[in-house]
Design a binder for this molecule. Structure first.
Ligand code: RIB
Ligand code: CA
Length: 349
């Protein structure tokens, strides 16, 4: 039975396969995925496209793991692989706001673990990604969840062009940042590092923002026994995902990890089931000038600054000034429950 849904006076009744369940009126949740696909982006996108809780309104592509051109090619192939060539896929920025693009070769030369996917069955949407984001947020006020999985260039451009979207989105749930050490250098996480200026704009946009940082992916490792479980079923998406995950596990084992951290997929998991994560409301700033720290998401856990008071020829610390928290930072995740969800949603697809 094809998935179909109709609105009823008691909310949306979703018939998915042979399972009937009554969902809350807010489901399915409309999402826009901004992505730099990217191996883990691909897993997150397939998870979203195979989760009845979500309605993917568009994919918008940003350069990061791969160039903008490679990213749009990969995104078109991914929606085609999932049987959803109807989903708008729009290109956006060609480079970060100020600095040169830095790509991540760890995703393979094509960004998808060097796996060749069948040709795309759709073409790019002609709209510029930031404009498509603005258009959809206005079309569905207070319903759209933005899910950025790459550098925040498109999101910053959309917010700068139309600041009113900050009060019209339902939520922003992004993969990015770190509060316990970076993956690019001592402190910076890749998505923020590639475009810190855009990140500072987004983190100070005054909208409901959840940050799913590196610490969450590091607590959610996809291990070889998980891979064996997913390999028990077959399907085009299932098989592609197992090949991507094997690439990621092989890469992670080279760094001494027992499995592949699921960075982008855990951000998508937090959209599907927010109860998977626990968050703390913290003031975050993005470092733009530090010689060793540019691109760090600086977490002020106290949400306060010490006040400096003049005293003769010096200043003294006396009391504190409050700092308004601006980001719901994911502090923990039920990693095994998320991995089970990911396997269940991709099995046999
Ligand atoms: O640091 C991890 C993030 O950078 C993930 O989004 C990955 O896809 C890369 O974009
Ligand atoms: Ca990504």
């Amino acid at each position: 039975m094809k998935a179909w849904a109709y609105e009823s006076m008691f909310g949306i009744l979703m018939m998915v396969g042979s399972v009937t369940w009554a969902a809350s009126p807010e489901l399915p949740r409309r999402v826009i995925i901004d992505t730099d696909p990217g191996t883990d982006d691909a897993l997150a996108i397939l998870l979203a496209l195979n989760s009845p809780e979500l309605k993917v309104e568009a994919l918008t592509v940003v350069p990061g793991n791969v160039t903008a051109a490679q990213g749009i090619e990969n995104a078109l192939k991914l929606v085609s692989l999932a049987g959803r060539p109807d989903i708008p896929v729009a290109a956006g920025a060609r480079k970060p706001l100020l600095q040169k693009l830095v790509t991540a070769e760890t995703h393979g030369s094509n960004g998808l673990a060097n796996i060749s996917l069948p040709p795309a069955r759709c073409n790019p949407d002609p709209r510029f990604a930031p404009d498509l984001i603005i258009e959809l947020v206005h079309r569905y006020p207070h319903e759209i969840t933005l899910v950025p999985l790459g550098p925040l260039t498109n999101i910053a451009l959309a917010l700068s062009k139309d600041p009113s979207i900050a009060g019209l989105v339902k939520q922003v749930v992004l993969m990015g940042g770190a509060i316990s050490g970076g993956n690019v250098d001592a402190v910076a996480e890749f998505n923020i590092y590639v475009d810190p200026e855009s990140a500072q704009i987004v983190f100070n946009g005054g909208w409901p923002l959840t940050m799913v940082g590196l610490e969450i992916g590091r607590k959610t490792l996809f291990r070889r026994h998980h891979l064996a479980q997913l390999r028990k079923t077959r399907g085009a998406q299932n098989d592609f995902a197992t090949d991507v995950l094997e690439h990621l596990i092989n890469l992670s084992e080279k760094y001494g990890l027992e499995g592949a951290p699921l960075y982008d997929p855990t951000a998508m998991g937090a959209v599907i089931d927010h109860a998977l994560i626990t968050t703390q409301f913290i003031h975050i700033d993005v470092e733009l000038r530090g010689e060793f720290t540019r691109g760090e998401t600086v977490a002020n856990r106290q949400n306060a600054l010490n006040r400096k008071v003049p005293r003769g020829d010096r200043l003294v610390f006396e009391g504190t000034e409050p700092l308004q928290p601006n980001v719901h930072v994911a502090m923990d995740i039920d990693g095994e429950r998320f991995v089970s969800l990911l396997i269940a949603r991709l099995s046999g697809k």
